[in-house]
Each structure stands twice: as structure tokens, then as C-alpha cells.
Design a protein around this ligand. Sequence first.
Ligand SMILES: Cc1ncc(COP(=O)(O)O)c(C=O)c1O
Length: 392
Amino acid sequence: MSAIDILLIGKNAAEAKQKNPKVINATLGTFYDEDKKMIIPFVKDKFMQIQIDNIFPYGTTNGGDTFKQNILNWVFDQTKEEIETHFKTDVIATPGGSGAISIAFNSYTNPLDSVLISDIKWRYDFFTNAAKIKIEDFVLFENTKFNLTSFHEKLQKLTEQQQKVLVVINDPCHNPTGYQLSQNEWEEIINIMNQYHQNEITLLLDIAYFDYDPEGLEKTREKFLQLKKVLPHITPLLAFSASKSFSMYGLRLGALIGLFQTEKQAEYFKKHAYEDALGKWSTAPSVGIELFNEISKEKETYKKIITKITNQLTKRGNLFIQEASKQNLKHYPFKGGFFVLIPVDDPLKCYEKLVKEEALHVVPMKEGLRIALCSVTKDEIKQIVHKIKKTL
Ligand SMILES: Cc1ncc(COP(=O)(O)O)c(C=O)c1O
């Protein structure tokens, strides 16, 4: 199956829903509450308070010092001090988490290199195609666990082929499966990468959904402290998505965060990440930066709001797993987040059948059908399980 355009599939589903209210749209990675409301009232209030004079002028390429401090405070929170004692940090504002991924792929690889990503993954192929690089897949699962053997084999292969190796890990709440690495798996991944000190390794952590970690805001941030174990030949980069964390999808804000153990790494980021942004979009939209800076003034209030959203999401996830087990519908290992993935033999055919016969829109991927738990109600979840089971 060639790369799929999830946004287009989502647009078709939204159009079908307008024509027929019975349509269930479980396509897009956008959070809707049980009343089908997407915009978070707190975020809307803050948006209304933005000073227009602050958003019409050009911003700066990195997003400015206030943005940098606010991002570091939001992403690392209680672990910030410890992280900053161990690493020098830098931040660049980007249009969505997508912009952060795009910079990492362009700036931290050589032309025609391959990057290491799991076989089951989000649509990173659009970014690698744009950066004129390739993907080396490792097998994500061995039974219900992260496949460390495949990860190690493929990393070894790449370290022999090329000097620079970029590794992508999308955790927690992996898209599309909802898998979550255990503490032990994280330690092993770092141990494996630490062995290849003759190479320059970039660890791109795609944390688009980390604020929805079912283990909570504090626990998910504690996991960042594992990064203190990486040796200096590894540069951890974090791709943050404000789209997901604040339901501000269309405003296009994200950030690429660099953690450095050497001056050379810090200088490299300053030059290459900045120049890549300058060559692509110059500055991220000021409106997103300003809104994020406003929200940051009441960070503690927003933490309570997002915790409630995560609880709703967790309830949906639990319900799905419960219904699926009742109806004997298989799914890939799932722990939480926006999506769950159902293995099917012919995803495209199954998708078409579900649309035509069941008015159910999901995303067909190479390995199965992706269900966006984030965008459906608890009632719809029961129907989704039933409809898929019936169609298989
Ligand atoms: C795994 C993953 N990473 C990154 C992104 C980028 O999000 P955005 O560019 O909208 O912030 C997404 C969006 O769906 C995603 O699913």
C-alpha cells in the first residue's frame, strides 16, 4: 500500500457526515469531547485575550526567549532543573510537530541516508520523501512487546552503512497502535544505541501525544530523565506538538527541542536547525506562539484540564478493549492514546466496505485499520467494534 493521505480520508469522512448524520467519523487525530466539541473553552478564552499588535508583526525564527522558557517549562516541568543540569538545551518554534520532524529529518541526515523507524508508524514517509532520504524499518512488535532484537539488528546495519543515524521513537501513545514503551524497554533502547559510539546518532523522540499518557503528566515527564543515560555520541531531539496538547490544530505550532552534551552539538543545532527553518517557513506563525505564551501563564490550571481530557480518552480506550475482547476482535498491543489499530488482511477493501455498508470511516493502513478513539463518543465505540467485527 502506498503512502496514504490521512487528511484527505478525514475530509471525505467529514463530507459524508454532513450528508448523513449517522456516519461515524473515526479518522482524524483530533480530540472531540462526548458532546463533539473540539475547542477547549480555556484555550478559546486565552485566544480571545491575544493582543493583535503582538501577532501581526514578524516573529523570530526560534520563537523568542519567552517561548523557549515556556516550552521547556511545559515539556519538562518538574524534571526541567535536572535535565538542564545534565544537558545544554535549545528550542526552535515550528509549524506543528510536523515542522519539528521536518527540520530533524533535513538537518540531521546526509542525502540518501536511511532513518530508522518502526514498520508500523505514522505517515513519516511524506517527511522522508521531502527530505530525499529513505526509511529502514525495524519490526515494532515481538508478540506483545517492543522488538528489541529487530531494533538492534537494523540499527547495527545502518551504523555500518552510514556515519549519521537518525532513530525515530514515537512514544508514549504510539500512533497508530497506542503502544507505550516500558521503563525496561527504554533502558534497553538506550543501551543498544550507546554501543555505537563510532557513529553520530540522533534520537528523535516524537512526543506528539505525551500529554495524554494514561500514566499522567508527572510520570510521563519522569521518563525523560532516562535520557541522562545517553552517551555523548547521541543527540536527543524532542518533537513537540502544540496542536495535540492544546487542541489548536489549525494554528500550526510545535517545537523542536535539542538536548546537548557537547558545545559542538549545540552549535550544530543553532546553525542547521535554524537555517532549515529559514529555508522553509522563516518563522512559525506568531498567533500560535502568543497563544501558547498566554496559556503558559496559567499552566497549573491547564494541567487540570488536560488531565480530565486524558481521563475521558482512557475511558474510551478501556471501553474499546473491553468490547473488542467480548466480541473477539483482535487489536495490536494498546495502552492508551488517540488511536487503536486492528489487524486485517486487506485494509483497503475492508475500509471501502465499512464506508459503503456501515457508514463507518476509519483509516486503512498497511497493517490494519486505525480507529481514532479521540474523535468518537463512548456510544460510537460500541458500534465501531460491532461494525468491524461484522465486516471482517
Ligand atoms: C505521531 C505524530 N507525530 C507528529 C504529528 C504532528 O502533528 P502536528 O504537525 O499537527 O502538530 C502527528 C499528527 O497527527 C502525529 O500523529
